[in-house]
Design a protein around this ligand. Structure first.
Ligand SMILES: [Zn+2]
Length: 474
């Protein structure tokens, strides 16, 4: 295949395919001969070159979320070098092996385009959703707005949960870099569709984020119900559906826009997630200030991840689902009920309330965080300390992702265990929940999990107090 030479602003050159990988309204994307990079070369637009060069330089130097931040590099295919020949453009990293998320939404694409080993599983979707939200939070907390946040700009691996945002040159900084795009219609907030807002902002981004999460996890557009707004004009119908007359398909009282074909309700994701969707598409639909913020999705999705267990059906499309402490637990995808184990440990993480009473730990009932035990599932620092995080403590650092404890199950005794892997001060109490009598729980030792027992990663109030609940689920 013939190659073209691309020249960067610093005078260096690199060879690229002559055939474009993809093309959009603004330019074309080419792959490098080495396969490591992509360049976007803008279509010539006389009089705009200086502005484009300035935009790219600002993105590279001033508002770059990956600069001196190694953890964030895989999250963004960020502009890294300015291209000056053959046309103005920029170089970015090539996210190898990833697919854009629109391939996963529609059955036709999903079955025809994706190979079975690319379709992933539910827990991989949850992991990728966490990264989508982490990226959105990283951008919005830096004051950056991403008006073109859509299914074509998010690339994922639905098995291991890798995720990369591409086309980051459409990012805007209110007051500094103005938007070049209006956003893709499905993800545009009602105020943009109606025209009462003309320039996307962080609040309209929050609508786009909620729509993407709903589509990604539940495979249906949250406003795409059976209600017909204009039977003669499909474009006008779509405009009303997403704009002026937008109505959540799972609205708690107004049932007029239910979707017959909707495969899954938000309820299968648990209370915390369905409550956030309700806020996004009921309270916040026409009141942008009430839409959930990325940090709220982050927390809810982390809690969700901790509840996912494998599905036993070999042919199940999801391979995993969200467990709740109820009898007759079944996979919502294949409807197979759980057979073995018949009981599961649910570990409720309680925070200290900050009072002078050292035993004043409480559970937030609306947003209860519990981890469902499964053989080989591990617990990390953030399951033992509320202030620990799976994200880096500072941009130039990496998070502590080492396993601190692990679950195990003995099918002969029908008994669950938890092993301390790296918590030198861990302790346990009960059953009976008597917090006054603590026993040490040494590193490399296993404890049988008993209903009502308490665990703590250390003696202080900076640790969670964990209450063990063994629930009959079969
Ligand atoms: Zn299943």
């Amino acid at each position: 295949m013939p190659y073209q030479t691309v020249t960067f602003e610093d005078g260096t050159t690199e060879e690229y395919d002559t055939e474009a990988l993809s093309a959009g309204a603004e330019g074309e994307i080419f792959r490098s001969r080495s396969g490591k990079h992509l360049v976007k070369l803008y279509f010539s637009r006389p009089g705009y070159d200086a502005e484009r060069m300035q935009r790219i330089k600002t993105l590279i130097n001033d508002v770059n979320p990956t600069k001196n931040a190694p953890y964030w590099e895989e999250y963004f295919s960020w502009p890294e070098k300015l291209v000056i020949r053959p046309r103005i453009g920029f170089r970015m990293r090539f996210a190898q092996g990833l697919r854009t998320v629109d391939n996963f939404f529609f059955r036709t694409y999903y079955e025809r385009v994706l190979k079975p080993d690319e379709r992933g599983w539910f827990i991989g979707r949850v992991a990728a959703a966490i990264k989508i939200v982490n990226a959105a939070n990283r951008l919005s907390s830096s004051g950056l707005c991403y008006p073109d946040f859509s299914d074509k700009n998010i690339m994922v691996d639905a098995y291991d949960g890798r995720m990369t945002l591409i086309d980051c040159d459409s990012i805007t900084v209110p007051g500094r870099i103005s938007p070049t795009v209006q956003g893709t219609s499905w993800y545009r907030a009602p105020e943009l569709v109606k025209g009462s807002l003309t320039i996307p902002n962080v609040r309209s981004d929050r609508h786009a984020l909620a729509v993407i999460l709903y589509l990604w996890l539940l495979r249906w557009h949250p406003l795409n119900g059976d209600k017909v707004h204009d039977s003669r004009d499909p474009d006008r119908d779509e405009e009303l559906r997403l704009g002026e007359r937008a109505l959540y398909i799972e609205h708690p009282t107004d049932r007029s826009n239910r979707a017959q074909g909707q495969p899954y309700s938000a309820r299968i994701l648990g209370n915390e997630m369905s409550e956030l969707f309700r806020r996004a598409f009921v309270e916040g639909l026409f009141d942008p200030g009430r839409r959930p913020q990325p940090a709220e999705w982050q927390e809810a999705l982390w809690h969700l991840y901790d509840r996912v267990i494998p599905c036993p059906t070999p042919s199940c499309d999801w391979h995993s689902y969200v467990a709740a402490p109820t009898r007759g637990l079944a996979c919502p995808c294949c409807n197979q009920r759980i057979k073995q184990p018949t009981n599961l440990p649910f570990l409720y993480l309680m925070r200290h309330k900050g009072s002078s009473n050292a035993d004043d730990f409480q559970m937030d009932l609306m947003r209860a965080h519990y981890v469902v035990g499964w053989p080989e599932r591990t617990l990390n620092a953030w399951h033992f300390k509320p202030n620990a995080s799976s994200l880096p403590p500072a941009p130039d650092q990496m998070p502590d992702i080492a396993a601190k404890a692990a679950f195990d199950y003995d099918p002969h005794k029908d008994q669950w265990y938890i092993t301390n892997l790296a918590l030198p001060e861990a302790r346990s109490s009960g059953p009976g929940g008597s917090a006054g009598v603590w026993r040490t729980w040494p590193v490399n030792s296993s404890l049988p999990l008993v209903n009502g027992m308490l665990l703590q990663g250390g003696p202080g109030t900076e640790y969670f107090r964990i209450k063990v609940h063994i629930a009959q689920v079969a």
